[in-house]
Structure formats: structure tokens, C-alpha cells
Design a protein around this ligand. Structure first.
Ligand SMILES: [Zn+2]
Ligand SMILES: [Zn+2]
Length: 179
């Protein structure tokens, strides 16, 4: 079983059950976005309506993201629902009176040569399910902008110096030199 399904493998009057593990390499996730830590589990069912295919299912996996405050890696469990419609592309397809109805539906994808490839749809839902705020913990203290230490692990004294005007600091250094 793979994420590429042959149109003829889907029965006319029944759903085709899909349950598979797809390796992380298959999705080519940009490492800047995250790194998949395990196979992607895709479960669901495909059904036919004429030449149109409906896929409904669930995606689960685990992805490593980077904390936006301290830049340490964090593991995020992905649990996403997916609903996708596939219609044949123009070349292979039969002109369909419903096509215009679908133009406004963002979830519609096309397939050609009777091959329905769920990869892109699964990828998109997976990435959409990632949190906007990527924090290793809610109260992550981040990295000190002065000395660069991870403030979750170490404390630094930089915040004490924040109140010193840098121009005054220069004067102080001069004074020290004149001593
Ligand atoms: Zn953090
Ligand atoms: Zn510091």
C-alpha cells in the first residue's frame, strides 16, 4: 500500500480502506520547517463518485521543531484530520458539469493517468497542523540577547547591566583608564 492509489483499485460501491505508514523521506519536509521523527501514519478511506474521489482520514506522526525562543529542539505530536477531493485533470478527464462548483473549494486536487497521489494533501494538512507558537515550554525564558546563554539552563547577569546607558559605560571605561 502506498499514498499513490490507482483509480481502478477503488471499488464503485464501497470504500477503500487505507492504513499505512509512510517513511519521513517521502515527504521532503524542509528541515527549516521541522524534521519528521517517525513514519507518518495515514488512515482513512477513499470513495468514488463518478470520476471524483473523496479521501477522508487521519494523519499522525511526530515532528521535531525548534523552539522560537531558545532554539532548542522540541518534539511535537502531529494529529491532523484530512478531507480531500480529487478530480481528473483536463487531459485525462471527462468534462464535468460539477467542475465549476468545485472551483471555490480549496481542497480540490487533480489527478492524472488514474493515479491519485495523496502525498501533497497529506503534507499540506500535516504542515497546517503545526503550531504557530513553537515553544519548548510555555514559560521558556529564551536566549539572552547580550551573552547568548540559554536562560532556561543558566542565569546571566546581563539584565543587571541593561539599565546602564552604553554611552555611560564608555565614559566609565575611559575613567578607569585614566586612573
Ligand atoms: Zn525554548
Ligand atoms: Zn546574558
Amino acid at each position: 500500500m502506498s499514498l499513490v492509489i490507482d483509480f481502478d483499485d477503488i471499488p464503485e460501491d464501497e470504500e477503500l480502506i487505507l492504513d499505512l505508514l509512510q517513511s519521513p523521506e517521502h515527504f521532503k519536509v524542509d528541515p527549516e520547517e521541522g524534521v519528521l521523527q517517525q513514519d507518518v501514519h495515514v488512515q482513512g478511506h477513499l470513495s468514488k463518485l463518478g470520476r471524483e474521489i473523496l479521501f477522508k482520514g487521519n494523519i499522525s506522526t511526530e515532528i521535531e521543531l525548534v523552539c522560537s525562543r531558545c532554539l532548542e529542539p522540541l518534539r511535537y505530536p502531529v494529529q491532523a484530520r484530512i478531507t480531500s477531493h480529487f478530480v481528473p485533470d483536463k487531459e485525462g478527464g471527462i468534462p464535468d458539469a460539477d467542475t465549476e462548483l468545485h472551483a471555490s473549494d480549496i481542497e480540490v486536487e487533480t489527478y492524472s493517468d488514474n493515479r491519485i497521489d495523496l502525498t501533497q494533501a497529506v503534507y499540506d494538512q500535516m504542515m497546517l497542523s503545526l503550531p504557530l507558537a513553537r515553544l519548548c515550554k510555555d514559560d521558556c525564558r529564551g536566549i539572552c540577547s547580550h551573552c547568548g546563554v540559554n536562560c532556561n539552563e543558566q542565569s546571566c547577569t546581563c539584565s543587571d547591566q541593561d539599565s546602564v546607558d552604553p554611552r555611560l559605560a564608555v565614559l566609565k571605561t575611559l575613567k578607569d583608564k585614566l586612573k
